[in-house]
Design a protein around this ligand. Sequence first.
Ligand code: IMP
Length: 195
Amino acid sequence: MKELVFATNNKHKLQEVSEMLNGIVKIHSLAEIGLSGDIPETADTLDGNALQKAQWVFERTGMSCFADDTGLEVDALDGRPGVYSARYAGEHCSFDDNINKMLAEMDGKTNRKACFRTVICLIDKEEKKPLFFEGRVDGVILTERYGKEGFGYDPIFMPDHFAVSFAEMPLEVKNHISHRGRAVAKLVEHLKNNK
Ligand code: IMP
């Protein structure tokens, strides 16, 4: 079975993505291969950050690896916070700080449309070029928090065609329809066809 390093320090993501790739590839976390430290993500696009993170791991390990970058793009905020979603409420802010800021900025807004977009960059040591896979889910920003599951903006994001937030869904359901789930599905397709 192919082995891939997932370039993330986010344990929620590691769990989500490992479940989706179970039986297809063996995933190694950064901790498992002894890599620590903050992975740089200073690009101003999702593609740029995903590439930067995957390259950081590849340069240090020579192992095939992938990284993802996600942004929450809100219509009424002209696509913000987008690539800056993690630091929306400032450097070293918490998920809670980001949600509070979003609820405040969206207060009174009637257009609540938003989407999550994920870009995965795969650097396969057998391939010459990095490959990119994108997933997207559309939905709305809620007016208050609902649910305790997941992470990040999950309690205030309700995907289209559902009556609950991401944080109210079992992980399998979220994985099936989410931005990251859809990007990983494309990655899985590629990996199955290129064993
Ligand atoms: P990252 O660059 O992929 O780590 O994502 C940037 C930020 O987007 C994270 O810090 C979270 O706040 C948010 N985010 C990413 N994925 C999700 C998700 O599945 N649900 C809710 N928020 C997310």
